[in-house]
Design a protein around this ligand. Sequence first.
Ligand code: PHE
Length: 339
Amino acid sequence: MKQQLNQIKADVVSALENISSKAELESFRVEFLGKKGRLTQVLRGMGGLSPEERPVVGQLANEVRSFIETEIERMGEKLEKELLEKRLVEERIDVTIPGTRKKLGKRHPITTVLDEIKDIFIGMGFQIAEGPEIEGEYYNFKALNMPEGHPARDVQDTFYITEDVVLRTQTSTVQARVMESQKPPIRIIAPGRVYRSDAVDATHSPLFHQIEGLVVDKGVTMADLKGTLEVFCKRLYGEDKKFRFRPHYFPFTEPSCELDISCPACNGKGCRVCKGEGWIELLGAGMVHPKVLEMSGIDSTIYSGFAFGIGLERTVMRRYEIDDLRLFFENNLKFLKQF
Ligand code: PHE
């Protein structure tokens, strides 16, 4: 029996040499220490030993068992270590490989210029107002002194949703809405989308943006209109530019005008950009018509005001020398990345 035990110990040593995985280590454990393992089998024969032999063999058997157990533990740790080293080699990260660059979005040129315009007016004490794009025909027309039958109401220009609901054709709708809900002094700009049933070309789109401005207070005059708009234009286009106010007609302002800038391309000499005129139209403006004040509940004998409407796309086109308005809406990254 002693011999058997010593044989087991010798076999353990040689068997260990061939173990290279955890699964092999487990079958090794079963082979020697399992219920039907070799050590167990030897111990079964203990009953046949003499009382003197028993403790001696028992001690040897215990030694062999703890030898095997220690070896299993040692081998387990060794395998674990090897596995870790293998993984560290396999999964090594090469920090010198260039990464994949995340593409950062940019602001649309329309947003950039609009933010600049907002800043200029906020600097002059204006607040930002808003109105709905789907609008009652009252606010789009009637409240702006455009009674039924006025040419601007023509279905050619206006998208009608029902007989009295339209997609607003101008941000002037916000004028009446603000005057109804706020008391003077009023000083607001209202940027937003407007819609007209125009065919798409280099200077027309059925959707575009306007910025409305409205000032109502006691004693507001045309001089305030001129001063405010001149400051705005010089801030946006540069102090060296020349501006001119030209008489015009709008149903909701009286008197009305348009503001032109000396052509930035030819400096007023006349070229293709300004169609030979030397001037480019920037915006429409005027003194708010007393009827418009009255309709919105403001006493025109006490208060007066001025209003203006800026076409945003045109302003951006002039700013960045863009010659086709369609580019703003095509989402072409080659175009958009330039700003
Ligand atoms: N709403 C006018 C337009 O769309 C512009 C404008 C606004 C004119 C305010 C005068 C005063 O053409």
